[in-house]
Write a protein that binds this ligand. Structure first.
Ligand code: FES
Length: 155
């Protein structure tokens, strides 16, 4: 076998490796938004992002449609549990890796205009890095630093 051919041969496909053709006609998304729409029973100790998750997903899609064409290629997808349940409803935006928590419907226009279109992080919604993947062990309230318990309601 000629050396040039041997060098380009790929290893044998096994149960753990699957080869697929790389297509170049579809550019990667500039913002790929995943919205947790996971549902759990009310009694589940970790809670879940429903029922707000699905409404937030739909509102993000609608707001993107309303904004129309822009320089950013974005897509909103429903996701299962993103494992940040205690800070939900949860939204994550890739490839930037921006995690938003306690997202409300009222936040949707800002997320689209500021983060998706302009690329700005909304610090008041950003789940601090210290909180991610802690299963809620680090308290967090939107707009507050990580570890700060929620403020007591004023009387
Ligand atoms: S249920 Fe939404 S992040 Fe886990």
């Amino acid at each position: 076998m000629p050396a040039a051919v041997a060098a380009t041969r790929r290893p044998a496909q096994t149960a753990d490796t699957v080869f697929f053709p790389i297509r170049h006609h579809m550019p990667a998304f500039d913002r790929h938004v995943f919205v947790c729409c996971n549902q759990r029973p009310e009694s589940h100790p970790r809670g879940c992002c429903e029922p707000e998750g699905a409404a937030i997903r739909d509102a993000l899609k609608e707001e993107l449609r309303r904004v129309g064409r822009c320089d950013v290629l974005a897509r909103v997808n429903q996701a299962g549990c993103l494992d940040q349940c205690e800070y939900g409803p949860t939204v994550v935006i890739y490839p930037q890796g921006i995690w938003y928590g306690r997202v409300r419907l009222a936040d949707v226009p800002r997320i689209v205009q500021e983060t998706i279109v302009r690329g700005q992080v909304l610090e008041d919604l950003r789940i601090p890095d210290e909180c991610l993947n802690t299963k809620g062990r680090v308290p967090w309230t939107p707009g507050s630093p990580a570890g700060e318990p929620p403020a007591a309601p004023s009387s």
